[in-house]
Design a binder for this molecule. Structure first.
Ligand code: GAR
Length: 190
């Protein structure tokens, strides 16, 4: 069995999709960490029976928040750290410490449209092919090595809401797959 910890900031739909898929395997989601106190991901965690921790960033230095996250990770000792809608940029110290063990999902076909508005920027572009990217996390903003992408071709008639729905569907399909595949590999390496 290999274990993952998931970091979220809001809705948590990817967190839930991963938990549901992982529950069908020998692996385990050990905990969810969220920086927003009222995030819906806490409701999901409760329903899923996953231990959840609030680590605030608001009103304090990033290094203090990261120290708390790091302490939790040291205690939980997961094989994999999964960022799922975690809207904080991790420091170079954190990404170096956990190099090769942190992955993220981005709602665009990287290297296009990094940052926090991937869906809106993809939608506003003239690109016909849109999609999502799972990648390793390095010190940059969505710059780490790409693990997998999934795309679709739009007609150009879709609304932003429709595009968003299709992007989330791609995310919920590939992110759990990648997490399980990586947990399988990490388990074999043990
Ligand atoms: C997802 O679309 C994810 O790709 C995006 O936040 C959303 C979180 O949704 N992440 C980023 O934009 C990171 N740059 P969720 O909380 O329902 O999983």
């Amino acid at each position: 069995m290999a274990e993952a910890v998931i970091l979220t900031s809001g809705n948590g739909s990817n967190f839930q999709a991963i938990c549901e898929a992982v529950s069908e395997t020998e692996h385990k989601i050990a905990a969810m960490i969220c920086n927003k106190k009222d995030a819906y991901s806490f409701v999901r965690a409760e329903k899923l029976g996953i231990p959840a921790y609030h680590v605030p960033y608001l009103g304090r230095d990033r290094k203090d928040a990261e120290k708390e996250i790091d302490e939790l990770l040291t205690r939980l000792h997961p094989d994999l750290i999964v960022l799922a809608g975690f809207m904080k940029l991790l420091s170079p110290e954190m990404t170096k410490k956990y190099e090769g063990k942190i992955i993220n999902i981005h709602p665009a076909l990287l290297p296009k449209y990094p940052g926090t508005h991937g869906i809106e920027e993809s939608f506003a572009s003239s690109d016909k092919e849109l999609g999502v990217t799972v990648h390793y996390v390095d010190a940059g903003m969505d710059t780490g090595k790409v693990i997998r992408q999934k795309s679709f071709v739009r007609t150009g008639l879709e609304s932003l809401d429709e595009i968003e729905t299709r992007i989330h569907a791609c995310e919920h399909e590939i992110y759990p797959q990648v997490v399980i595949e990586l947990l399988n590999c990490l388990e074999e390496e043990k």
